[in-house]
Write a protein that binds this ligand. Sequence first.
Ligand code: TPP
Ligand code: MG
Length: 381
Amino acid sequence: MAITASQTNPPQSNLLPDGEPLPSSQLSKEDHLEILRQLYLARYFDVRLIKEKKRGRLRGTLYSSHNQEAVLVGSLFGLKGTDWISPIHRDMPAFFMKDLRAGWDNNDRIGLTIEQVCCQVWGKQDSPGRARDNWSHIGSKSKRIIHSTSMLAGTIPVAAGVVYADRLNGGDAVVLTYNGEGSTAQGIFHEAINFAAVHKLPVITIVENNHWAYGTPTNLEYSQEDFARRADGYGIPGLIADGQDVFDVYDKVMMAVNHARAGKGPSIIECKTYRAYGHGDHDDDRAANYRPEYDAKATYKDDIEHARRDPIDVCKKKLVSLGFITQADADRHVCEYKSADKTKDEDFPPEVVAYLKRGVEYAVKNPVPPAEEGGMWVFRE
Ligand SMILES: Cc1ncc(C[n+]2csc(CCOP(=O)(O)OP(=O)(O)O)c2C)c(N)n1
Ligand SMILES: [Mg+2]
């Protein structure tokens, strides 16, 4: 039998020391329920924005995170507040979900508030960017969120520098950088990861492999079967996570976090998922044309099918199997496998709807910044 390249050099399957249990096996029933609530929250944020945009209430481009929620929730859940993250355009919920485990209404937690993030989307005065820039172009030094930019992969060297400084100051922070698989073709991706590998910096690079970079499919982006194998070239671990299974993402990220915190350096985690809509909302109609025929013929079409499992459905099934919820609980609010226009508020738990309502109402009432600000902060004031 012919031996394929991936059999001779498969990505690592885990980073667990011998005999150590999976990190997710240590999560409590409350943690499991909280993870499901956070998945609902990330989904609701996205569908609400899609609806607001369609009604003409928002300006800017919406890069939907629909179907990719498990990557965000699973990767953020085990972080300490003092860890850093660097989200990009498709990770909008990450800005308010960082450190959410410390309490949805805890004003001292180290993540942006839902009000700040809604103000950013609505282009209002209390947004971190004071309505001067694209939705996802925000960050906060005190909240340990590296400012997102549009220069894809450009935040990885910044992230490496941030944790390098933290180490020199005696800290134990790790940084999670988020990148689409298309962004990995940038030269800076290699330069930054190589630097982090050489200096054993605690940089964990999440590759959100949603199988499309704008209109480019993965087989025109890189030539390996599994992107995670590229880690071998840097001499660091590369893990693959089922991006639809929040607990698999959690496990792989926690393995990488523990590895990094122990001073063993960076890793790459490829989360296999699928982009639910177009690149941005301007691309939805075109994507509905350019994708189906191509996907059906792709050699990795099974991967795509797998990545189209709804992460909320996958999570509920796990919780039912563990006896943490009943099937009746699982069926109470059903948003899974529904496109945004097909969902209603009743498809989400009331506390999720109320949380976002608070953010939206704050943003709607918040004034736009004074016009005189327009020319400010371009140069040092
Ligand atoms: C350096 C750079 N090149 C091109 C672009 C334009 N651009 C923005 S998003 C995008 C596609 C990104 O695809 P991927 O990294 O897979 O992320 P996804 O949108 O799928 O989440 C492109 C080409 C950019 N912002 N920066
Ligand atoms: Mg992509």
